[in-house]
Design a protein around this ligand. Sequence first.
Ligand SMILES: Cc1ncc(COP(=O)(O)O)c(C=O)c1O
Length: 247
Amino acid sequence: VASPTGLVLPIETIVRELDRLGVDTLVDAAHAPGMVPISVRELGAAYWTGNGHKWLCGPKGGGALVVREDRRSGVVPLVTSHGRNDPASRPRLWKEFDWQGTIDPTAILSLPAAIRLVGGLDPGGWPELMAANRSLALEARRRLSTALGLEPIAPDSMVGAMAAVPLAGLATDAEAVSLARTLAVADRVEVAVAPWPVPAARSSPEAPATAVLLRVSAQRYNDGSDLDALEGALQLRLHVAPATPRP
Ligand SMILES: Cc1ncc(COP(=O)(O)O)c(C=O)c1O
């Protein structure tokens, strides 16, 4: 899941095709756990990382690194772990990665509880929650695209629980930061507003952004009233017409 656009990339195809060319993939799946169904084993990427503090609602700092069996011997941490010389027969990667320095493992140890708790909120568990979040993200995208008079940036099949739309009339990094701040502080709407491409992806530090993207995230605590609030705030700040006329 790409961060600035929120788009879900066809990762199975990407991994398979690169594999065919002899290229290993490291899948940055920071947003994937809890947003889209995943089977790391079936995906078969050489390396995969995912976060627990995004859609799984775990504490910050918990995540996972998965290394395919045939690549494990080449992977070592920058800081080795307590227990590296543990004579017990635990996998070498666990011994070397699990307890580095004085790291606080609370976030990692809390993840199973977070997964159980959030997955227990709906009768249908995680699949139901993920589907509901996706529906709300799609609704947000429809409403914002209509209000802004724009075509969606990608097909519905590439939407998970986030949706980004370009904002006409804004172009600079400073304008993006300023709008995000106004929406958060004055309108109490937390939404990502970021220049596109991100600075690190531009040809030089001086190269300007070509667009500013507004990215909505839909989690279980959101509903249509949050979209109303966002639409109202955009009307106020950008003079955008509402997608759905309100009384
Ligand atoms: C695609 C992607 N990779 C990596 C990260 C960084 O995650 P972390 O919070 O672990 O620094 C993010 C955070 O938004 C992300 O969206």
